[in-house]
Design a protein around this ligand. Structure first.
Ligand code: FAD
Length: 496
């Protein structure tokens, strides 16, 4: 990877993207494909790309498609299931697969370096949760997007699906599971690096490492001036377009930009931890992501799951995440991060959001008190024969959940949100989940918000359709198009 650290002179770029994670790299890739002459600068404060949330060990690596995650099918007050979120995330992930298939076809990335086919399963054992899982299965499996979902209450069959989880379990205990064979495990860090390597070959995209954006201001009506601190001092760059893909660091940069839209937001950090096992005799016995049902009060991203992972090509097992709380907004951040983002404009909404989310706060306090043996007990509910010596604790990435000022006061929002200035010259991505799996759809949203004029030109439309054959069409309502695209993606990416 070519790395530069030019200092001393002011420089001008067509676009400056802050942060070298999956989001900025996806946007850089799309912009470069749409306008190959565009001069793009990516700035990263750490010494290498993808060391924060996008690093494989810092996230779960689930290609989120709602195949197994209960949180995308919440219960409505009338007892029926809401499946619109499940359909939306499923089609957003399909779009990511579509882009990766096109880039593979063009010889620009190699799927084996970041993508593994891995069944996605849900597993439950109480009467109430079995009824809920059955309801989920009945509602989803009638849709094309989930037509391959299988249901089982048969102990022997479930044992074949997930031997590690079923071995030594009390026979007679009622259990149920669903399986979607077409699931994935993704190393988003490896994907980020694959994009950046390809982009740097072009010569039009520059990656500047060990360089932090410390402030951002308007230099005139048409440009932004970013103040950078690199290994050799401070200097500026100017650009008409800025994307703040700084993960947990995006909120404070957005506030520094001073755009009025920034005033409506605050952030609440939730940290995570995994139990990791690298013993080959165990890793070979589990070939799935198995999601359970979260505890009462647990935030949706804390649904416990036992996953096969491929991290830097090595197979391991991860169980978690266990949630926690510290005041950093980045894993490599500062304990002051949270306090620095509290402003007069967002302090009251943040207090309101705290009062409305006592369940979450209680849950986090409970998680903070867990020791290794308590974590092992949680694992044993999944894998009864788990041995404490085989599992070590690993710290995951920080998630900064959005607190947004709404007409009903401060609200905690668990998704991601693109915040753009009214003139489209700056956009920031706030929030954490579902995140990386939907990076392509999220970056299309950035393009729609900030490059509207260009997006309607024939040349950009043509180039987008070449990369994303379904661009402009709705994969939720057009089920035959979905089938067609799945076939294309599966064969190009070797998914089945
Ligand atoms: C515990 C956990 C589990 C997750 N599980 C999944 C999952 O299973 N599937 C999924 O799809 N998503 C998952 N996610 C979400 C996913 O990891 C994120 O959505 C995604 O990685 C965010 O990418 P990013 O590029 O926005 O941020 P990051 O990868 O965090 O990158 C931001 C970069 O910006 C840099 N930066 C910050 N501030 C500055 C600055 N001032 N100047 C220069 N550089 C700066 C940082 O150093 C960092 O490299 C999970 C996240 C966590 C934390």
């Amino acid at each position: 990877m070519v790395v530069s650290d030019a200092i001393g002179s002011e420089a001008r770029f067509d676009a400056v993207l802050v942060g070298a994670g999956i989001m900025s790299s996806t946007l850089a890739l799309l912009l470069h494909e749409l306008e190959p002459e565009m001069r793009i600068l990516i700035i990263e404060r750490l010494g290498a790309p993808a060391l924060e949330s996008s690093a494989a060990i810092n996230n779960s690596g689930t290609g989120h498609a709602a195949n197994c995650e209960f949180n995308y099918t919440p219960l409505k007050p009338d007892g029926s299931l809401e499946i619109s979120q499940a359909l939306a995330i499923n089609s957003a992930f399909e779009r990511s697969l579509e882009l990766w298939a096109s880039l593979t076809e063009l010889g620009k990335i190699s799927p084996a370096s970041f993508l593994h086919s891995l069944p996605h399963m849900s597993f439950v054992s109480s009467e109430t949760n079995i009824a809920l899982l059955r309801q989920r299965y009945m509602n989803l499996s009638v849709r094309n997007a989930f037509q391959d979902m299988e249901w089982s209450e048969d102990e022997e069959e479930i044992k074949e699906w997930m031997p590690l989880i079923m071995n030594a379990r009390d026979s007679g205990q009622k259990v149920a599971a669903t399986r979607v064979a077409r699931g994935t495990d993704i190393d988003f860090g490896a994907l980020t690096i694959a994009y950046l390597n390809e982009l740097q070959l072009s010569g039009a995209v520059e990656l500047r490492l060990s360089t932090e954006v410390i402030s951002i201001s308007r230099s005139n009506d048409k440009s932004w001036r970013l103040s950078l601190a690199g290994t050799k001092g401070e200097y500026f760059v100017e650009t008409p377009f800025v994307f703040l893909g700084a993960g947990g660091g995006a909120l404070s940069l957005l506030q520094k930009s001073g755009i009025p839209e920034s005033k409506s937001y605050g952030g609440f950090p939730v940290s995570g931890q995994w139990l990791v096992c690298n013993d080959p005799s165990l890793t070979k016995m589990h070939n799935a992501k198995v999601y359970g049902k979260s505890a009462v009060g647990a935030p949706p991203m804390s649904v416990p799951h036992l996953d096969t992972r491929w991290i830097k090509g090595k197979r391991s097992l991860l169980f978690g995440p266990f949630a926690g709380f510290n005041t950093k907004f980045l894993k490599n951040g500062s304990r002051f991060d949270f306090f620095r983002t509290i402003k007069l404009s967002n302090a009251f909404p943040m207090i309101q959001a705290g009062f409305k989310n006592f369940d979450l706060i209680n849950y986090l306090l409970g998680q903070l008190q867990l020791d290794h043996s308590a974590r092992m007990n949680a694992l044993k509910e999944f894998f009864p024969q788990a041995n404490s010596d085989d599992w070590t604790l690993s710290i995951a990435g920080q998630r900064v959940q959005i607190i947004k000022m709404t007409k009903d006061g401060g609200m905690l929002k668990l998704g991601t949100e693109v915040v753009a200035s009214s003139d489209g010259s700056l956009a920031a991505l706030l929030g954490a989940s579902p995140g990386a799996s939907t990076a392509v759809s999220i970056m299309l949203e950035v393009l729609q918000s900030c490059w509207l004029e260009k997006m309607s030109t024939d040349i950009w439309q043509k180039r987008l359709k070449k990369l994303l054959p379904s661009f402009g069409k709705d994969l939720i309502s057009d089920e035959s198009l979905l089938d067609q695209l799945r076939h294309r993606s599966d064969s190009l990416l070797g998914l089945r």
